[in-house]
Design a protein around this ligand. Structure first.
Ligand code: ADP
Ligand code: MG
Ligand code: MG
Ligand code: MG
Ligand code: MG
Ligand code: MG
Length: 603
């Protein structure tokens, strides 16, 4: 999450005093960036994924599984190991995450445009978990690194190893459930981020998630822990900390574009795909030990990261800084921006004066309504005009479903990039690879066939909410453009086609058929991925969220009261471990013969 650099964070009071300076530095940097890079041409199509991985510890005697607070110990070891690997394809860049039980791994070099690159994504993801797993195995035989989008009982007492003390005195946010000791000690930004988010909004985070009402669920359902809290609503699971959100794990993909123009076009086309991919990736039905009525983490993070003041929250169109992308960027799509988001008007005018197109100027004008929640003292006053710290910092502290990343001032090799951010992480490397490869291929399909998938922003926003509904991949309809019309369509129709729309997977297959340079092995891999996506949309395979739900509902000790006990969690997470490590099949989410078998070995 966000830009990582070593340094000492300023307090919120110090940031407030420096806000005018910071904004003007950031604006200068943005203008210089734009002028320097707007005419870049012919950058390569490079791309890369980011996976956030969860550390857990099983106690088989007591049927417990806990979050393992060990990221800060593992990262220095695994980074040193990678420093010694010469073969780029086998080197991983590891990053600390907000919570100490999460680490983030990305390929050290982005993938290229050669078809064979599509064949190594899964192997690279597998390698990431292997690197950490090997270190864990040297220390213990019950510790694992897994893909878990939201740990089921995260926020319940005893959810961590080692155990922590709970209560308002153990949290800068005064959270009852999420003590500061969950935060990674080697990620100096996070504690400052939580504290400043709290100070700015002048209260602790308040996250309400509708509970899944089973036949024996208390009615109304009210969490004992918060029974005197006016903030919580009946029939909701309540989380009371930014750290609740930052403990979730996502799957992100970044695409570099050939030029500025291409990045604007692709951004606008990827925008309506955010809710589609969110829906297909849904993997988060359980929150703080309760079965919920939602399938994805997105809206939870939106509330967790919300730093708006009370006044800002009253303004209808002033959204959380963690929200669905509020606007298209191309002037020609201006009419689709039917959501009237606030902007810093003086920033917009200055950017237009500099020759930036109007709609893009408004996009950045919107960025500038946000305060930078974390600022490192060492970077407060730029020493010269070759860096873009303040702009990049501001840009990385707004968490929309897409992020436009202009080329940094101090890096001449990097082009215009788009980060695709909505997806939940999947249980297996195979599924994660399938989602990111499908998306990477879709970018080629969009550009090759000149697709137009745009629909009004208000409809994208509705789709984002619909994606959260229970079993939305099978049951809900989404607004979708095909040709000249927008219709409400089932995921099956969007992905697999209708009488008058070919469907996103068949379109991708058509593209692959036309690419004569793709070897048979890569074709086979890609077909496995497309087949997963196709079956998930058709409902013949389950999303992770639906499978997790079914697992809980059919567990022998489940009491039909929405409560996911320690024992259920233990069995569930152990099963996820078995699936992820290929020890057990799970034909409900992927057929046994689906995984591909490319391996990466350092030369
Ligand atoms: P952040 O957390 O700010 O998104 P990370 O460094 O964690 O940044 O991830 C950056 C992602 O962008 C990685 O997936 C990486 O592979 C990818 N990436 C880096 N450089 C390029 C590039 N030139 N073109 C495309 N993707 C890139
Ligand atoms: Mg991350
Ligand atoms: Mg990252
Ligand atoms: Mg980052
Ligand atoms: Mg995260
Ligand atoms: Mg990222």
């Amino acid at each position: 999450m966000g830009l990582l650099s070593e340094g000492n964070p300023l307090s919120w009071t110090e940031i407030k005093l420096a806000l005018q300076h910071i904004r003007s530095y950031a604006l200068d940097e943005l203008i210089r960036t734009f002028n320097k890079s707007k005419d870049r041409q012919k950058d390569a199509f490079t791309w890369g994924d980011e996976v956030e991985l969860t550390l857990v510890r099983f106690d088989h005697d007591n049927k417990y599984v806990q979050l393992l607070l060990k990221g800060h110990q593992l990262l220095p070891i695994v980074c040193e190991l990678n420093d010694k690997i010469n073969d780029e394809a086998c080197r991983i860049a590891w990053h600390p995450e907000a919570c100490d039980f999460v680490v983030e791994g990305v390929p050290s070099q982005p993938y290229g445009f050669l078809p064979s690159h599509f064949n190594i994504v899964e192997a690279n993801m597998k390698l990431r978990r292997e690197q950490i797993q090997q270190i864990l195995c040297q220390q213990s035989d019950c510790e694992y690194i897994l893909n878990i989008a939201a740990f089921p009982r995260y926020g319940q007492r005893q959810c961590t190893y080692p155990p922590l003390e709970y209560g308002p005195s153990h949290s800068v946010e005064k959270s009852l459930c999420y003590p500061d000791a969950l935060i990674s000690p080697i990620h100096p930004r996070t504690k400052s981020l939580s504290k400043n988010t709290n100070e700015r909004r002048q209260s602790k985070a308040s996250i309400n998630i509708p509970i899944f009402k089973d036949c024996k669920t208390l009615s109304p359902f009210r969490d004992e822990l918060f029974k005197d809290d006016p903030d919580i609503k009946d029939d909701n699971i309540h989380l009371d900390s930014t750290t609740a959100g930052w403990g979730c794990c996502c799957l992100q993909v970044t695409f570099q574009c050939e030029s500025f123009e291409e990045s604007i076009y692709l951004y606008d086309q990827l925008l309506p795909l955010c809710p589609i991919m969110l829906c297909l990736s849904g993997a988060c039905p359980i929150w703080r030990g309760y079965l919920s009525d939602i399938d994805c983490r997105w809206n939870v993070l939106s509330e967790a990261a919300d730093d708006r003041t009370i006044e800002e929250r009253k303004e209808r169109n002033f959204l959380s800084r963690f929200s669905s992308t509020p606007s298209y960027l191309a002037d020609k799509n201006k009419h689709l921006n039917d959501f009237n988001y606030p902007v810093n008007q003086s920033v917009v005018s200055k950017l237009i004066d500099q020759g930036m197109p109007e709609t893009l100027s408004r996009h950045f004008g919107h960025l500038f309504i946000r305060d930078p929640l974390v600022v490192l003292k060492e970077f407060l006053h730029p020493i010269d005009d070759t860096t873009s710290y303040h702009f990049e910092n501001l840009n990385s502290l707004v968490w929309n479903s897409l992020r436009l990343k202009p080329p940094p001032l101090d890096d001449n090799l990097m082009g215009w990039r788009i980060e695709f951010r909505p997806m939940d992480i999947q249980i297996s490397d195979f599924e994660n690879a399938a989602l990111v490869v499908f998306l990477a291929l879709l970018t080629r399909v969009i550009i090759t066939y000149g697709l137009d998938l745009t629909i009004p922003i208000s409809q994208v926003n509705k789709n984002m909410n619909i994606a959260h509904y229970r079993d939305s991949a099978r049951k809900e309809k989404f607004y979708f453009r095909h040709g000249n019309q927008i219709s409400e369509m089932f995921m099956n129709e969007i992905i697999n086609g209708t009488q008058d729309f070919l469907g996103l997977v068949p379109l991708t297959r058509k593209y692959i058929l036309q690419r004569e340079d793709i070897d048979a092995d890569t074709r086979h891999t890609i077909e496995q991925y497309l087949s997963l996506i196709s079956k998930r949309a058709a409902g013949t395979l389950l999303t992770n969220a639906s499978w997790i739900r079914q697992f809980v509902l059919s567990h022998p000790s489940y009491k039909q009261d929405s409560i996911v006990s320690q024992e259920i969690q233990y069995d569930l997470v152990w099963k996820m471990q078995q699936i992820a490590n290929g020890h057990e099949d799970c034909p409900q989410i992927k057929y046994p013969n689906m995984d591909t078998h490319t391996e990466l070995h350092p030369k």
